[in-house]
Design a protein around this ligand. Sequence first.
Ligand code: ZN
Ligand code: ZN
Length: 339
Amino acid sequence: MLRQVSSQIDPLLFEIRRTFRNLQQTCTEALFCTSSMSAEAVGARAGSPIKVSLTDSAGRGVFTTRNIGSGELIHTAKPLLTHPSLALSDQVCCYCLKKLDKDGSSGIFSSLKGEDGTSYCFCSEECRDVSKACCEVESKADWSLYHDHCRAKGLKYPLMVKRFACMVISGAASADDLGILQPARLLPGAVSQMEEEFELLKRTLLKAQIDERLTGFLTKQWYMGVLARIRINAFRIELVAASYKDLLVSATASVAAQAAVGNALYMLPSFYNHDCDPNTHIVWIDSAFAKLKALRHIEEGEELRICYLDASLDCAARQKLLSEGFGFHCRCFRCLSHD
Ligand SMILES: [Zn+2]
Ligand SMILES: [Zn+2]
């Protein structure tokens, strides 16, 4: 009886929460409609020396509001959405992707076992609280087939769409929260593969008996829209140090990134445009909390740009990757001088 009552109340609560989130979203969008946005409006901490404005040729961009010294930490960014590499689900924090050292200082704070045996581990109370609702939904389903599909095809972005869908179902996000990010152009060949993934996702959630009123947003069009945005805005997270000890070692040696621990999506870092000779870089020390640092002295009002790929590639290789992966032809100073 009690169970029945709670299953009737839950969708209602979710609906109220979702309506509230939609209202918040409308307010955020109103902010984004202005030609220049302060750092706070795009989620950076008050006092961050940046603003988002329109550029002459590349849409929105991030600009400095004061001079910045070489090596200065410009701002940090909290991920909106993360997913660990499939092989590491029991070794990294489910939310911040921090490596979990079972006997060291960064141990497991708490964990959850999924229906399919997947571990959802959290490194701290904060990480657990941020992602608990979503992981509770996600852990109810058996993702074996979906994960096998991603593993066989070497796909990582459908995992992020799956997590985002669970965030929406749990009320932790609104279905259109990523609408503000620029989508990738999807090639016709990719569409049939996405249809297959979408069907698999929908079937998995259906089998887990998630209330259909909570999955009403899950249409093929929604899936493709979210995937298209994740595809060009997600960052592959490579940590430079798993612990303070590692950081000391890597400070003396060259800072070599380890293999990816997962992928993450951010709001503000997604507004940074690309340059093959960037003035800013994005680094991850021990978790998916990103640090944006100045690579050289930057003048007030200058646009901050990061490099989307390995800057040591030659001009033709960079152009090919940027045009195929991000859909633009780079016209930075290096590319114009065929460097
Ligand atoms: Zn964490
Ligand atoms: Zn370039």
